[in-house]
Design a protein. Structure first.
Length: 407
């Protein structure tokens, strides 16, 4: 790792030298082909040793490395190595040089630069992504009905018939998405690689399902958990887990919980521990259930690295519950905000940690919890008013197709 100022300067010179050497090498080769000569290349155009190239590449942003893959077979081989991808990710996280992105689902799937949020930019610029199954919108009707309802779809088909993509979660540059009913993918927006998870046999009487995605740093495995509720009256939640290393699903257990989008007592936050594959529960604070509305739905999110819960029941609220110590039910703390909402979910924090990006009643809002200042954040070319989902991710070279071949 380079830490000294002189060392950083030396690496910058090496990077410039590498670029100049490659450019000169390419120019020489093209000239030789045109002139059909066997003249030998000059000593100045000789390539750097592979180990030096590797050390330089591994310190560059993931997006830049991806563009360099077409330069030579050596570049492609180095940057496609799963071990290289893991070391590159570890190094960028350790040096706090990760490039954060926001992936947004609205009509299509987009990415935008998170580091520019909070810089008083009125409209952020988004880039449309080429995600799996994008070119087959006929498969999306069931997903659309799930999001907006069949009646709204019939009332205004042109508005709602779009490429709905459910964003399940993200970890280390991989984003778990579901672009249509029954299809779940692990997708790297930086490299464009994707892997479709094997489909599970549908549970008899299935009426509800939900997914979660995370990384088990103990086993070094990416896992997707799936909960399915039956419709036989018992509301048993069937729990299964997918392992990227083994590329297979495994049934875990049946959970005796009811899934209801209505008033009921004893509501808990059910967590999934990716290491132990257990389901610890975290009771909500009693005050969080003060709302007597018949329809109640609690939204779980993350606020400045802490678990948070907001009440989304179509009644007006102005608070957020934050768990200051993860797993400690007594550490729930209510934070009053200057915004009134019926539906709200924290998306991510700004780079400086002072502001948070919220999905608030269908709009994207940047809010400062210290000053109570807020402003609406638009995305150029994206109709957020039609509804959207979003999640933060970091740029990486992690491949969902070759990850299982390396520990």
């Amino acid at each position: 790792m380079v830490t000294s100022k002189n060392g950083q300067t030396m690496y910058k010179k090496l990077i410039h030298f590498l670029g100049d050497a490659l450019m000169e090498t390419t120019t020489k080769k093209e000239r030789r082909r045109r002139e059909e000569t066997t003249e030998k290349a000059s000593p100045q155009s000789s390539e750097l040793p592979p180990e030096i190239i590797r050390e330089i590449l591994i310190r560059l942003p993931a997006k830049s490395i991806g563009r360099f893959r077409c330069v030579s077979k050596l570049f492609c081989s180095l940057s496609s190595d799963p071990r290289f991808a893991k070391i590159h990710l570890d190094l960028t996280i350790r040096n706090d040089t990760v490039h954060r992105k926001l992936i947004v689902s609205s009509h299509n799937l987009y990415e935008l630069d998170l580091d520019s949020i909070g810089e008083r930019i009125r409209d952020l610029v988004a880039r449309e992504l080429d995600y799996p199954l994008k070119e087959d919108p006929s498969k999306f009707d069931e997903m659309i009905k799930c999001h907006v309802g069949e009646n709204l779809l019939k009332l205004n088909p042109e508005r709602y018939r779009r490429n709905w993509v459910e964003i399940i979660g993200s970890s280390h540059g991989l984003v778990c998405i579901s672009p249509c009913e029954g299809a779940v993918f692990l997708y790297n927006p930086t490299t464009g690689e994707s892997k479709r998870l094997p489909e599970k046999k549908k549970v008899t009487g299935e009426e509800f399902q939900t997914h979660g995605f995370g990384f088990d740093d103990l086993s070094g495995d990416y896992k997707v958990v799936k909960l399915v509720a039956d419709g036989d009256g018992d509301h048993v939640l069937n729990a299964s887990v997918y392992s990227l290393k083994s590329d297979s699903w495994r049934w875990m257990c049946d959970l005796s919980y009811e899934h209801k989008d209505c008033f009921s007592s004893g509501i808990v936050v059910l967590a999934f521990d990716v290491k132990t594959e257990e389901f610890p529960e975290m009771p909500l604070p009693g005050e969080a259930e003060d709302c007597a509305h018949s329809y109640r739905n609690f939204i779980v999110g993350v606020l400045n690295g802490r678990l948070c819960v907001v009440n989304s029941c179509y009644e007006v609220h102005d608070d957020v519950w934050v768990m200051n110590e993860y797993g400690e039910a007594s550490s729930w703390n209510r934070i009053r905000i200057s915004l009134l909402y019926r539906s709200m979910k924290p998306l991510c924090s700004s780079k400086n940690g002072e502001e948070v990006l919220l999905e608030l009643d269908g709009d994207m809002v940047l809010y400062n919890f210290e000053t109570d200042a807020s402003r609406y954040q638009g995305i150029r070319g994206v109709k957020l008013s039609d509804g959207f989902e979003a999640d933060a991710y970091v740029e990486s070279l992690i491949s969902p197709n070759s990850y299982g071949f390396v520990n």
